[in-house]
Structures are given as structure tokens and as C-alpha cells.
Design a protein around this ligand. Structure first.
Ligand SMILES: [Zn+2]
Length: 1024
């Protein structure tokens, strides 16, 4: 059946059988807009509108525009409708992204009315934003001068300005940017669409407005719908907007130019990256280099066969730790961790990048480069073995067929896939079809073995001289120089300002602040479309679960089953063993290394490569994860704040396979558990070096997470344990383990062996095992025999001893953690790293053990996050993010900021939250609509769209925690019944928490010095 509309013509109709998607490509006759309509069964409906927006400089204009168009429009008149949608809609996705050549606006919702609301706000925003008439938006989201008193120093502020300062502080993103730039000297891909902080202030409001005019036209747009909503309604809604526009030249003006492959020989480049001047605790500063070799793969379109060939080739070279090139690099000991990440094929032209970081000096950088070439030459001559090819082919095929996007809407993943062709004026469905090219490739391999990959290595890599080698050199003065340069620039700007211009900046600074702090007028608020409580589902969503306890089966283990309607023939298997017999101080910190060795070092007769291939050939992958879950003790009211004394700690193998291969999946899991090859010193060293490099990068790039883990470790024993296994202090642990692995391997090996022995304890092991299975009816009947033989063969006695009952007893780790926490000083701490931004946190306990916590707390903390903290930390403070977290199980609450230009000011903002919230409570008492909005947002958080594996996993965790369905429904009822009084009560708790909360901050030395002058003293710890 074809859906038609007089304003649209049908350009193309197609079925993507691979995903059961009926696709129609329309063209809006008057405006020239293209619209792809995908009809399927998915209730998580997706809408997207994408513009081709190639920038010609690094002012970040597409990125600033992306932020700005969502700040109010013709019909939706508040300052920030995006925030109102975040606050009060049921969206499952609400965002926008800037690529090097496009800007996408995407919304998703499972509620049809909500979906239409979101579409209207987004569409009006992109075509009629306030930002093109009101320069304050560009000032706020992009950049502006800030000055409060004539004698002060001039500063730059702006959300994108600060976001990009954070990006440019991260060595990894600096490297990525230089690599991209180096390959595209002639085209739009050679500039930074995100914005280089040194260039952003060159962007004027007029240029910003022109960019919108030029590219945000329907003729240059690609509109996308997917889901189970009415197709004709899609066309009707869009017609209303598109009819205002006449087709123009914007589409031809935004064409992306091809970069010709023109380097006659590889190009070498060197750039600085920031390291700290002092090093850690008096150690010499690290002076390692980073490097990456980059190829531009094509300067004309690839065929679909070529595309699948390079996808598989990428996996053969880089896909797993035992892939040829990745393995050669890691085992070379020339560096600590891989850079580049292999193939990138989302843009017009594909690139391939690979290298190492943590390389000791330029001579070694040359060795890395040579190693990359010699490894490629070797495989170009010898080819890949049949089992390597089979493993990579199966892995990619499994991914394509399963199409598991996690909580990311499937329809959006589909859109991003189609855009990789559609954006460049090719068929939107072409990129999504894989059956034919895959079958083609299989035939080719059957006939000619790995010749097709040998040819590809030669053509795309070895003989391809359009290649760059980017080396990043450590610079102790980099951060300082940038700061100095910025200061000088601002000083010279100020020196050239006339008195009246200075006064004007002071005036516009205070005007902007006033504007930002002002509440939206009620008539503006009334323009934002809203849902009502009546539109919400009142029942909590439960997933099917069947539990067979150890005494109810012959194997002495716990079996949990989730039978879903369909899992597309795939069995999801989570297999957990108990960890409570381990010692918190000496063994728990080794668990990350232990589980990595289990996963990647090989097992039984299989070495690392053979094991990885076996996993790739028969399964959809196996992962290991540590689960520690706070339990509701027996006999305690479920709405009470928990002490956290009761905990479950397990190591889970999480895998998936088609039902016919599930026997193989089980046998691999058993092998990994019982016969892991822990005895490889070189593997352990590689893993520890990689962990160290990753932690160091993450503390600089995502400091707020480490700040939060650190804060929590002061108040919650489970948080203390978490910090030991992955917080800031874990970096020291990794360094110590690294030293032990180098100098005294036998001792470390013994420690690892002890863990294995304890986990497999003959008498208690089975009692602690949980097998969690998710599948559909067919899957379960097909895998039943495999389950039985797997369980039969497990180690341990079926009639062994019972483990402690942790719903009754205190977990031994908790007892140990509490001892340590007693001796720990609870004080403000500052962690010093080289960076241009801060991550500021403050936290404490909001509830005492035994106090009742109501669902309303979720509404209030969310309101605080999307309201006050968004306004004061992000909008006014200029940080990229400002938020709070609340854990209702143990009553822990934290404030956090992300890529923040401020430090002590942000702490002041946190300290003012309680009094602001009291005021809000008074307002909300008079404004039931606003209260309703806050509730709806919180309900939206609870109803995310989940994939089958997530349903099974969440359902397991709910059951393990001892939480009852009645408690979940009670919680939801309390959310729905939240009153203004609840806000007041929460605010009073926040006020009381001020006295006993503490701060933790990741920032630069100079920022801590300034903060200290402003009265925010902290105990400083040098981290990097
Ligand atoms: Zn941004």
C-alpha cells in the first residue's frame, strides 16, 4: 500500500529485508526537501532532520548553531525549549550532533502525542530560530567578552567555547584532530567543525546568521521518520513547515568536495600536547610521545563489495586484541596503548588510522611506523588463515543481523546508517543492505582464499601514498602558553577599547546575566506543548522472570530465565560466579586485571589468538563484568534508606549466540572460568600499561566520573569498593601492579592464582553461581540440552555448602571497607592534572539509614538538574555540563560539573541550591502545570526503551537486589503523586547536608591556586 500526499512526489520505494523496513523516499515538490519514511513495528518512534553544513574555517560555526537553534523559535518562545523538553517529555532520545559535514537533530519517543510535540518544536527551531535575530544566543552558546568592572581582566565565555577548551585539553582528541586535518588539506574535512578555541572568537554574529541562512533550508535537508506511527501524518506535519519555502540552490552549494589523493610521499607532522610540568609526587614528568599513521582510502565512491571487504579487513587487523595489527603493536612494547582505531567510514571518504601512545621518543616512533608497514607487508604476502577469516566474518555478520543498539533507538541507528549514503545524494537504503555483498564476498573467499584481503591491503594501504604520520610531542608549557596567549589577546583587545566600549561590555555582561537568570514569562511557557499526567502509563513495566533456586535443581546453582516474545533466534547468556570469599585489600583491586586475563589471554589448550577466534566464529561475543549490587535485607521496609551492609558481588561472563551455537558458547565460558591462562607475564604487562594509559586519558577527559566515585567512597562502603577498582586511587594500584609484574612476576601470578582458586572453591562455588538466560520460546526449547550438560560439567559439588546469606549477613568486603573508611579523613580534595577546564563535585548523604525515601526524590533531584543546575552551571557559568546524581538506595547525593571554566564559583552555586529550591517549592505550589512537567520528565526516565538482552539483565538485577514489584509500583505511584511540599522537604535536606558535605575537584594547578585565594582550600594531590 502506498501512502501519498499531494505536496510530495515518491522518488523511490524499497524494502530493506534485512531489517523488515518498508522505506519510501519522498520529495516535497515546493521546497525540494527529501523525506525518508520507514514504516516498521518499532514503538520507539524516531524523527530526524539533517542539514549538510560544511564549514570553511575552524570557528565552530556549525557546532555553535547546533546549540543555538534550540534556544527558542517563532512558535516556541521560551529561552530554551530544549530544556523544557528535557524537563517534561517522555523522550527516549533528544539531541543534536555536529559532524564534520552535517548537523543532525533527532528526537524519539514511545508516546505518539509526545512524539508529535517533539517534532514540532525541533522543526520550528531549525527553520525559525530566535538565534538569528537575537545576538545574545550566539554570545551565550558561542562566545562573548565578559567584564564586570572596568579594572578587571577581560575574559571569554560561552558554552561551546568551553566545551572545546575541554576537547583541546585532551591529548587523545588533539591527536585525532591533527590526524584528520593532515589528510584533508583541500576540503572541509581539514577544518574543525566543532571549533578551535583559538579561532572561535573570530566568528561574528553576522557570519553566524549567514551560515544559518545558507544551509538551514529544506532543499538542503534530509528528513527522516521511523516507527509504528501513521505515515500520512508524517507528511502532513512536515508539509505545514516546508510549504513556506521555495526550492533553492542550497543543496548544490553544500556539496562536499572530494579530497584528491595527491601526496606523492607520506607526510610527517609533529605537534605538541600538554603534560604536567611537575610530574606525579616528584617523579620525573612522563615524556612519552603519541603517534598515528593515517591513510585516505578513496577519492571516488567505493563499491558495496569494497565496503564490506574493508570492514572485514579492519576487523582482521584491528577488531580484537588478537587481531594481526593490534596484536603486533601491543606486543612490541613500543608503547602503552593503541591510537587511531582503524577504519572510519561515516563521511564521504573513508580513512584508516592506527598507532601507539606512550612511545618513548621519536626514534621509537619511527620503529612503530616501520612495524605497522612490516606487519601489513607480511599479511599482504601471506594472507590470513581460514579460521581468522571465519571468525571476523561471523563477528561482523552477527553484528549486522542482531542490530543491537542498546538503549540507542534502533530507528536512529538506521538513520545514521542510511545517512552515510544519502547525505552524498545516493540511495538512502543502499548502505543498509548487507546480504548481497556478504554473499558475494563469501563466494570470492571460497574460490580465492584471502586474496581479496591481500589485494585490499596493497591497494588501500601499502601502495597508497596519501598517508600522514602524526607525532605528538609532550610539552610542559603547552597549557601555560595557551593561557598566556589567550590572556595577551584579551589584554590587547582591552587596551584598544575606548572607555565607552568598555562600559558597553560591562553593560552587555550584566544584561546577558540578567537575561539568563530571568524566568520565562508564563505566556512564553504556555507555547511549549505539554503532556498531562493522564497521558502517562501508571503501571510499572515488569519483564518476565522465572527463578529456579539451587535446591530446586540437580546442579545446585541458581537459574533465572526470561522468556520474551522474540529475540530473533539469539540466546543471551549471563553466567556469574560469586566473589565474596576474596579479600578486599589484597585481591579485589586485582579483579580488573584478573578478568581481562580471563577474557583475552587464552584458556586451556587455546592461546589468546585461538580463543579469540573460537569466540568470533561461534558466538556474538563474550564480555566479563563485575556486578556489585546493594541488597534489600530481609525484613526491612523497602522504602528505607539502606546501610549498604548487604551486598552481592559477582563476576559475570556475558555472551550471546544463535541458539544452534549456544552449546559452543557454554563450553567456551566454562573453559574461560576453569582454565584461564593467567601465567602470561607479557600479557599482564600489556594490559596494565593499557589500563594506565586509559585511566590517565579518562581522568582528563571525563573527570566528573572520577570525582563522583571519589566523593561516594567517603560516604558509602560500596562506593569505597568501587573506587578501589576503578577510581582515581586505582591509578596508583595499576602503577604498583605494573611494577610488581615487571620486577616480581611470580608473586603477582600467585596472587592471581589465589583468586581463581577461591572463586572455584569446591564446596561453595555452585551455591554462588547464577545462570541468567534470555530468549524466546524457540530459543529456550533449542538450548535446553546445552544448559543441562553445561551445568552438569561445572566445577564444585552440586550438594556443597551454602554461601553466607547476604540478605541477612553483612558482606565481608563491607565490614573491611567500613574499617578503612573510619580511619580516612573526610576532607575536600583537589586532583591536579594538565587541563584548561575543571570538573567540580560536592556530595554527601541526604538521608540517614532507616529514613523513608519516597519516589518524589527522583522528581526533585531531576528538577534540580534540568533547572537550577543547568541554568547556573551551564548557561550562566559557561560549563559544558552541570548536574546532580541521587542514589535512592543509600541516600547519597552529589553535584557535578563537566568541562567547567569555574571552580569556586561553581561550589557557591551548589551551596545556593537549597535556598533556590525552597523558592521553587513556593512557586510550584502556585503552578500545578510546572509541577506536572517535572513529574512527567521523571516518569520518562523510568520508561526507557530496552533491547532484549537489557530486559533480561535488568530483570536479573532487580531480582538479585531483593526489590519487590510492589516496591517498584509504590515508587512510581509516589513519583506521580509528588507535591510542592516534597520539594520543600528535599530542599531542607540539601540545606542540612551542606554542613557535612565535601568537595572533590579535578583541575589544573593554576585553577586550584586561584580557588585557594577565593577561600576554597583543598588538599591537593598531583595525579598527572
Ligand atoms: Zn556541543
Amino acid at each position: 500500500m502506498e501512502t501519498t500526499h499531494p505536496s510530495f512526489e515518491v522518488l523511490q520505494k524499497d524494502v530493506v529485508d534485512e531489517y523488515g523496513a518498508y522505506c519510501t523516499l519522498y520529495r516535497h515538490k515546493r521546497s525540494g526537501a527529501e523525506l525518508l519514511s520507514v514504516a516498521n513495528e518499532d514503538d520507539n518512534k524516531v524523527f530526524g532532520i539533517t542539514f549538510r553544513t560544511p564549514p570553511s574555517d575552524s570557528t565552530g560555526v556549525p557546532h555553535i548553531l547546533e546549540h543555538s537553534v534550540l534556544c527558542g523559535s517563532r512558535k516556541y518562545k521560551t529561552k530554551d525549549p530544549f530544556v523544557q523538553l528535557l524537563q517534561g517529555s517522555l523522550q527516549t532520545f533528544l539531541n543534536a550532533f555536529t559532524y564534520p559535514d552535517r548537523t543532525c537533530y533527532v528526537v524519539a519517543s514511545q508516546n505518539t502525542k509526545d512524539f508529535y510535540n517533539l517534532i514540532n518544536v525541533y522543526t520550528d527551531a531549525v527553520f525559525y530560530p530566535r538565534a538569528v535575530s537575537d545576538p545574545n544566543v550566539h554570545a551565550q552558546e558561542g562566545w562573548h567578552y565578559e567584564l564586570e568592572n572596568p579594572e578587571d581582566e577581560l575574559t571569554y565565555k560561552g558554552v561551546v567555547y568551553n566545551e572545546m577548551k575541554g576537547v583541546y585539553s585532551s591529548p587523545d582528541s588533539l591527536l585525532t584532530r591533527e590526524c584528520q586535518r593532515s589528510l584533508f588539506p583541500d576540503t572541509t574535512y581539514g577544518v574543525d567543525s566543532g571549533g578551535d578555541p583559538r579561532v572561535i572568537p573570530n566568528l561574528s554574529f553576522e557570519q553566524f546568521r549567514e551560515f544559518h541562512q545558507k544551509f538551514y533550508h529544506p532543499a538542503n535537508s534530509r528528513i527522516y521518520f521511523a516507527g509504528d506511527d501513521d505515515v500520512i501524518k508524517r507528511l502532513e506535519i512536515m508539509d505545514e513547515y516546508l510549504n513556506d519555502f521555495e526550492d533553492n540552490h542550497s543543496r548544490s552549494e553544500s556539496m562536499i568536495q572530494w579530497q584528491q589523493k595527491k601526496f606523492t610521499e607520506p607526510k610527517h607532522e609533529k605537534h605538541p600536547y600538554p603534560v604536567s610540568a611537575n610530574g606525579t609526587d616528584g617523579e620525573a614528568p612522563p615524556s612519552t610521545h603519541m603517534m598515528c599513521v593515517n591513510w585516505l582510502l578513496n577519492d571516488k565512491p567505493l563499491t558495496s563489495k569494497e565496503e564490506i571487504v574493508i570492514t572485514i579487513l579492519d576487523h582482521l587487523l584491528m577488531g580484537t586484541s588478537s587481531s594481526t595489527l593490534r596484536k603486533a603493536l601491543i606486543e612490541s612494547n613500543l608503547g602503552e596503548a593503541i591510537t587511531g582505531g582503524g577504519l572510519s567510514d561515516e563521511l564521504l571518504q573513508a580513512t584508516f588510522s592506527v598507532g601507539l601512545k606512550g612511545v618513548k621518543g621519536s626514534d621509537k616512533v619511527k620503529e612503530v611506523e616501520q612495524l605497522i608497514y612490516s606487519t601489513l607487508e607480511r599479511v599482504a604476502n601471506e594472507g590470513f588463515t581460514d579460521d581468522a577469516i571465519a571468525a571476523s566474518m561471523n563477528t561482523i555478520e552477527f553484528q549486522l543481523r542482531e542490530f543491537n543498539t542498546g538503549s540507542f533507538p534502533k530507528g536512529l541507528a538506521f538513520m545514521l546508517g542510511s545517512m552515510s549514503k544519502w547525505l552524498y545524494d545516493n540511495s538512502p537504503t543502499e548502505a543498509l543492505k548487507f546480504e548481497e555483498p556478504l554473499a558475494d564476498l563469501k563466494k570470492d573467499i571460497a574460490a580465492n582464499g584471502s586474496q581479496v584481503f591481500k589485494d585490499a591491503i596493497n591497494t588501500f594501504l601499502l601502495q597508497n601514498t596519501h598517508r600522514s604520520i602524526v607525532e605528538m610531542l609532550p610539552s610542559e608549557t603547552f597549557e601555560e602558553e595557551l593561557l598566556k596567549e589567550e590572556k595577551q589577546r584579551l589584554a590587547s583587545v582591552k587596551a584598544n577599547l575606548k572607555q565607552e566600549e568598555i562600559l558597553k561590555i560591562i553593560e552587555s555582561t550584566s544584561m546577558l546575566k540578567e537575561l539568563q537568570a530571568a524566568e520565562d514569562l508564563p505566556e512564553a511557557m504556555a507555547t511549549i506543548p505539554k503532556l498531562h499526567l493522564g497521558d502517562l502509563k501508571r503501571e510499572v513495566t515488569e519483564y518476565p522472570i522465572e527463578v529456579i533456586s539451587p535446591s530446586e535443581n540437580d546442579f545446585g546453582v541458581t537459574i533465572v530465565k526470561h522468556e520474551l516474545v522474540s529475540t530473533s533466534g539469539i540466546a543471551y547468556v549471563d553466567f556469574g560466579v560469586d566473589l565474596s570469599l576474596l579479600d578486599l585489600e589484597t585481591e579485589v583491586p586485582l579483579l580488573p586485571l584478573f578478568s581481562k586475563l580471563m577474557k583475552e589471554a587464552g584458556a586451556g589448550e587455546y592461546d589468546d589468538v585461538a580463543l579469540s577466534r573460537r569466540i568470533g566464529t561461534y558466538t556474538g561475543g563474550i564480555d566479563l563484568s563485575l556486578l556489585s549490587s546493594v541488597l534489600h535485607p530481609e525484613g526491612v521496609d523497602q522504602s528505607e534508606c539502606l546501610s549498604g551492609d548487604h551486598m552481592m558481588t559477582k563476576l559475570f561472563f556475558r555472551g550471546k549466540a544463535t541458539s544452534d551455537k549456544t552449546g559452543e558458547l557454554f563450553s567456551i565460558m566454562k573453559l574461560m572460568l576453569t582454565e584461564p591462562r593467567l601465567d602470561s607475564q607479557s600479557k599482564a604487562l600489556e594490559m596494565l600499561r593499557e589500563s594506565k594509559a586509559r585511566l590517565e586519558a579518562n581522568i582528563v577527559g571525563a573527570g566528573h566520573q572520577y570525582v563522583n566515585t571519589r566523593l561516594r567512597s567517603r560516604y558509602d562502603p560500596a562506593g569505597y569498593i568501587q573506587e578501589k577498582m576503578g577510581g582515581i586511587s586505582y591509578l596508583n594500584t595499576v602503577k604498583q601492579l605494573l611494577q610488581q609484574a615487571e620486577e616480581d612476576w611470580p608473586t603477582l601470578l600467585k596472587r592471581l592464582e589465589t583468586i581463581r582458586v577461591k572463586i572455584l572453591d569446591e564446596s561453595t562455588c555452585r551455591n554462588g553461581i547464577v545462570l541468567n538466560l534470555t530468549g524466546d520460546e524457540h530459543v529456550f526449547s533449542a538450548i535446553d540440552p546445552y544448559i543441562k550438560s553445561f551445568l552438569m560439567d561445572l566445577p564444585g559439588a552440586a550438594k556443597g555448602k551454602q554461601l553466607q546469606n547476604f540478605y541477612m549477613d553483612v558482606h565481608p568486603w563491607i565490614a573491611q571497607a567500613k574499617e578503612h573508611m573510619k580511619s580516612q579523613q573526610v576532607i575536600d580534595e583537589g586532583f591536579v592534572v594538565p587541563t584548561q577546564v575543571s570538573y567540580v563535585g560536592k556530595a554527601g548523604k541526604l538521608y540517614e539509614v532507616g529514613e523513608k525515601i519516597s519516589g518524589s526524590s527522583a522528581v526533585v533531584s531531576r528538577y534540580l538538574k534540568t533547572g537550577y543546575l543547568w541554568d547556573y552551571v551551564r548557561v550562566i557559568g559557561g560549563a559544558y555540563g552541570g548536574f546532580c546524581t541521587f542514589s535512592p538506595d543509600v541516600g547519597y547525593f552529589s553535584y557535578l560539573s563537566y568541562r567547567d571554566p569555574n571552580l569556586s564559583k561553581t561550589i557557591d552555586v551548589y551551596d545556593n541550591a537549597s535556598s533556590e529550591l525552597i523558592k521553587s517549592a513556593e512557586d510550584l505550589a502556585q503552578n500545578p502545570e510546572a509541577l506536572e512537567t517535572a513529574i512527567i520528565g521523571a516518569v520518562g526516565d523510568m520508561d526507557s526503551a530496552l533491547g532484549p538482552d537489557q530486559k533480561g539483565w535488568i530483570s536479573l538485577q532487580r531480582w538479585l537486589s531483593g526489590e519487590t514489584p510492589e516496591q517498584r509500583q509504590k515508587w512510581r505511584d509516589e513519583v506521580l503523586a509528588t507535591t510542592a511540599e516534597d520539594f520543600k522537604e528535599f530542599a531542607q535536606r540539601l540545606e542540612a547536608m551542606k554542613q557535612c558535605s565535601t568537595a572533590a575537584v579535578v583541575s589544573s594547578k593554576s585553577a586550584f591556586e586561584t580557588a585557594s585565594k577565593e577561600g576554597k582550600q583543598m588538599k591537593l594531590v598531583e595525579v598527572l
